[in-house]
Design a protein. Sequence first.
Length: 472
Amino acid sequence: MTGRFHLRTFGCQMNQRDAEQISNLLHHAGYRPAARAEDADVVVIHTCSVREKAESKLYSELGSVTRLKRERPDLIVGVGGCVAQQEGARLLDRFAQLDFAFGPQNLRHLPSLIGRARERERSLRVDYGDADQRFDLPDRHPDCPSPNAGRAFVTVMEGCDLFCSFCVVPTTRGREVSRPSDAILDEVRRLADSGVVEVTLLGQTVNAYGRRRPGMAHGEIPFAELVRRVAAVPGIERVRFTSPHPVFVSDGLIRAYAEVPELCPHLHLPVQSGSNAVLAAMRRRYSRERYLEILGRLREARPGLAISTDLIVGFPGESDADFEQTLSLVREADFIDSFSFVYSPRPGTPATRAAEAGQGAPPVDRAVGSERLSALQDLQRQLTLRHHRERVGLCLPVLVDGASRRGEGQQQGRSPENRVVNFQSRPPAEPGRIVPVRITEAQPHSLLGIPESGLATHATPTGPRPGELPLV
């Protein structure tokens, strides 16, 4: 096959990684990217279904692309990701111009789906199949560019077995499956050889990696050991992971934060609510007190550890007192950042099934949810700005991404705490390199700084606070 493809993707980091794999598969199949759908032979829209907003965006995107197909009948249009898995044949029924749909477990079938579409055959791949085959994907094609110089996502596990009452992931991504550690480490070594210095280990409940259960392959290592082995790969200077679950934060992982300098001083640890009653209704399997205890132990192991989180407001039955508990937890946990949303029912989840059966707690009025979200985000903005102001004057090692969204000739990168840092550099710093940047100004969503010369590129574990560079 030959031609041009246009890929639109939105959603979580797992979706971003899947989009990279889709692009790579299409390169191997002889396709090359097109900047616009109007210039493509194949258009693939890839999205998640964790929140209703993403699903609505898919339908909007599909509407515009299918209108284009009416003008160009030979255009091939496909949908991938969690919405495709969730909706299945209903997508093909709803959109007559859609040629195929495929779920996250079926990325490898994309070239054959396109081939069938060329024969005017509409098709659907949402079966779970052999779980191990979902990781059986080709290495990066030489013509397929890396989206982030110096950084890479590495999938280590997929699926989830926890079935939180609000979450659609176990349905769309399937049951928990860990990838063989040898394959993970081989990929990390290849990435390091290609110039990657930072890897982010990905999974729906990533720190559940290697759990031994009936029917699983034995011999896999615990997640904390995987982190240590990845960090030991020559050339790898930074290790991150997302998204962990609090119930799988082990003693070994806490020790890793104390003992592995390559493990970045940032952890995104979703809490969802500060109310024990809401956490129980969500089936989160921990209490407010247990979550705060975990944070305390992590910060004791790595002083200065930056913590971010996910939060849901307006979950069915959430009272004003429950919401106040969430606000108080945010203050006590002192998050550097949070991603917060008003609850939206997702198809097939326990909370949605209970509501459809007339059971469970009553829904929270949408306007009340929006007010709570506004109050929560106002609080978080205050905390984030205070954290940013505390970094003014520090020199941070910044992994350069490239040109800043701010323009003005600035460049942009990430600190070890995962803060966006904008800076002026003449000549421009090379993307993928770690440069020392002295922070000069705190802004609500980012830091401003100036590159410094004559400084070391790594913090010492017994010297400055994590992320700060020592003078030489």
